[in-house]
Design a protein around this ligand. Structure first.
Ligand code: KIV
Length: 272
């Protein structure tokens, strides 16, 4: 981490902008609970996303659609209690903002008031204009999310790379410019071609955070369970694994079971 930014006591949207301006890449990871949020905050991650990917990795759902606003607030509250430095951004879940800016504002206010989070994220481009502007008018920072937007998975039909053709790439660029104009402080770009990420990141002033979007985004995000190798069934090309916790945890649990069965645990020192 650049020393200029490692000294920051509390990361703000303003500092993310400064990182982009000075060419320092932004780090983001997801978290959904107190213990993991504490570890990644202490490790120095710039921003934590309480993503609706909690629906997949925490609740075992196939998509992000079933997770509710109450669930997201529960996860966000647990994360916020642990975090001292990172900026915490919370996904507004499916069904809590689409097509209704009053509901979007109500959902954003509930997230901020009940969890203590610092910002919200929403999927979509020009179609969420009214919601973004209303939420911003209440003083809540908003992050956008373009490209593969998992809340629309049944419209896309697949999780393959988005915006490969010119028409979709042009629309994505227009959406990114529009989100900046509405006042978003940043945009997640998910699973789009690397050169499109470069074009978007050079065309707008606010930071872009990529996932499966190549090296040209102003920052990178991964789902924590994927990068720690807890969930090894998920193997997309963009995923770099930094640990093999599946093996570590399975071995630890097997040894624990073995020790109990063999009457090796607890021993005298572990007893009162
Ligand atoms: O919900 C999530 O984890 C996300 C990231 C994949 C960007 O939106």
């Amino acid at each position: 981490m650049s020393t200029q930014f490692s000294q920051i006591k509390r990361v703000t949207t303003h500092q993310l902008q400064e990182m982009k301006n000075s060419g320092v890449k932004i780090s983001m990871l997801t978290a959904y609970d107190y213990s993991m949020a504490k570890l990644i905050d202490e490790a120095g991650v710039d921003t934590i996303l309480v993503g609706d990917s909690a629906s997949n990795v925490m609740a075992g759902n196939e998509t992000t659609l079933p997770i509710t606003l109450d669930h997201m607030i529960y996860h966000a509250k647990s994360v916020i209690k642990a975090v001292k430095r990172a900026l915490v951004i919370v996904d507004i879940p499916f069904g809590s903002y689409q097509g209704n800016s009053s509901e979007a504002l109500r959902s954003a206010i509930r997230i901020m008031k009940e969890s203590g989070a610092h910002a919200v994220k929403m999927e979509g481009g020009v179609e969420i204009k009214e919601s973004v502007e209303r939420i911003l008018s209440a003083g809540v920072p908003v992050m956008g999310h373009l490209g593969l937007t998992p809340q629309s998975i049944y419209k896309f039909g697949t999780y393959t790379v988005r915006a490969k053709d010119q028409e979709e790439a042009d629309k994505l660029l227009r959406d990114a410019v529009a989100l900046e104009e509405y006042g978003c402080f940043g945009i997640v770009l998910e699973k789009i071609p690397s050169q499109l990420t470069r074009k978007v990141s050079e065309s707008i002033h606010i930071p872009t955070i990529g996932i499966g979007a190549g090296p040209h985004a102003d920052g990178q995000v991964l789902v924590m369970h994927d990068m720690l190798g807890i969930n090894k069934e998920f193997n997309p090309r963009f995923l770099r694994r930094y640990a093999d916790l599946e093996t570590v945890i399975t071995e630890a649990v097997s040894n624990y079971i073995k020790d109990i069965k063999s009457k090796n645990f607890p021993n005298d020192e572990e007893s009162y």
